[in-house]
Write a protein that binds this ligand. Structure first.
Ligand code: HEC
Ligand code: HEC
Ligand code: HEC
Ligand code: HEC
Ligand code: HEC
Length: 220
């Protein structure tokens, strides 16, 4: 019975695995540690090819559609949300409704299938992140995502490493803006040093912003 469940070759396999595990940890862990810190692993700056025609440059910008129209959960929820096919069609039933660029969209809509977007930003499972607290306390989209309105295909602008999160969390003040400009791609802070110091102080007080560096802020 046992020989049926565990044929002889499994012994060899487990011995080999054990040997590998015993001899390789230093190399493997070293390699992994380098890998997780490399831009390769966090895909920074590489535009991610999407299986589907969609261009933020034609849909966003301060004079165009607000980010929250499509990423409508960003103020209330941990995730920003990706728009449904129905939302696209709510405009494209009128705008460019005959365009060949939208053939794919029409097909998905009429066959009731979701669009298989490829994720660009993806933190490890063990990290807790929440959009709503950031945007409601005055951290704008552009601060973490860059000039999305100029990206043909979205790429990860910032490293999203723990060091990057902590750099802001130690002293968030200089990264704050009035929440009315949360989605603005072009808002600029005060230039004059005196006015700038007052602006940082005002925004920090107004949104009751604190440094947050304890481990359980992000690892729960
Ligand atoms: C008309 C709808 C629409 C608008 C407006 C819009 N987006 Fe998007 N956004 C999408 C869609 C669809 C995707 C998924 C496809 C992709 O990654 O390009 C996406 C993806 C993203 C991603 C990458 C998500 C991931 O996978 O990590 C970011 C970041 C983003 N949008 C930020 C913004 C910001 C910032 C604005 C405002 C300046 C904005 N978007 C405006 C529809 C929109
Ligand atoms: C609020 C209205 C609105 C929504 C919602 C919207 N679009 Fe558009 N879309 C437009 C307008 C306006 C244009 C034309 C832009 C131009 O002329 O530069 C356009 C252009 C396009 C084009 C052709 C030009 C290009 O950008 O390559 C595609 C493809 C497209 N949209 C896909 C989508 C998809 C997919 C969604 C859903 C994620 C979507 N749109 C949601 C208004 C909208
Ligand atoms: C403090 C930095 C920060 C700010 C501010 C921020 N984001 Fe993000 N965003 C992230 C991170 C980090 C992720 C990846 C989250 C994950 O993997 O769980 C992300 C993911 C996304 C995604 C992918 C879907 C999701 O929710 O995971 C979209 C879309 C997005 N952000 C849009 C926006 C928009 C729109 C704004 C402004 C209204 C915004 N973000 C503001 C850091 C930020
Ligand atoms: C540009 C500034 C900035 C960056 C970058 C940033 N944060 Fe934050 N974060 C803030 C601010 C401001 C707050 C609110 C602090 C307060 O007053 O409680 C905050 C709060 C949080 C909270 C508290 C949520 C809660 O419900 O208590 C979490 C979790 C968090 N951030 C995770 C992250 C992670 C993970 C990253 C990196 C992927 C990150 N943040 C990057 C500015 C930033
Ligand atoms: C502001 C958010 C934030 C805080 C606070 C934070 N971390 Fe992290 N941590 C992250 C993010 C994001 C990652 C994943 C990206 C990376 O590995 O840099 C991470 C990864 C890690 C890892 C994985 C191993 C590694 O280095 O790649 C460990 C271990 C860790 N954190 C421990 C801690 C400890 C201990 C503390 C408290 C001293 C802490 N973290 C505080 C955001 C945070």
């Amino acid at each position: 019975m046992s020989s049926l469940l565990f044929p002889r070759w499994t012994n060899t396999v487990s011995r080999l695995t054990a040997a590998l595990l015993l001899s390789l940890p230093a190399v493997a862990i070293g390699g992994l540690m380098l890998y997780v810190r490399s831009p390769l692993a966090n895909a920074q700056s590489h535009p991610v090819e999407q299986p589907f025609e969609f261009d933020h440059r034609h849909h966003t910008g301060d004079e165009a559609i607000d980010c929250r129209y499509c990423h409508h959960m960003v103020e209330e929820s941990s995730t920003a949300g990706i728009p449904s096919t129905t939302l696209c069609v709510s405009c494209h039933a009128q705008v460019w409704n005959k365009s060949p660029y939208l053939a794919q969209l029409r097909e998905k809509f009429f066959t009731d299938q979701p669009i298989p977007w490829v994720r660009v930003h993806n933190l490890p499972e063990y990290v807790y992140f929440n959009h709503s607290i950031h945007v409601n306390k005055g951290v704008g989209c552009v601060t973490c995502h860059g000039r999305v309105d100029q990206m043909a295909a979205i790429y990860q602008k910032e490293p999203l490493t723990m060091a990057w999160c902590l750099e802001c969390h130690r002293n968030p003040g200089p990264n704050l803006r009035p929440v009315e400009f949360m989605t603005s791609m072009t808002w600029q802070p005060e230039k004059d040093p005196g006015l700038r110091a007052a602006q940082i102080q005002d925004l920090t007080a107004k949104y009751d912003v604190h440094a947050r560096t304890s481990c359980d802020t992000c690892h729960r």
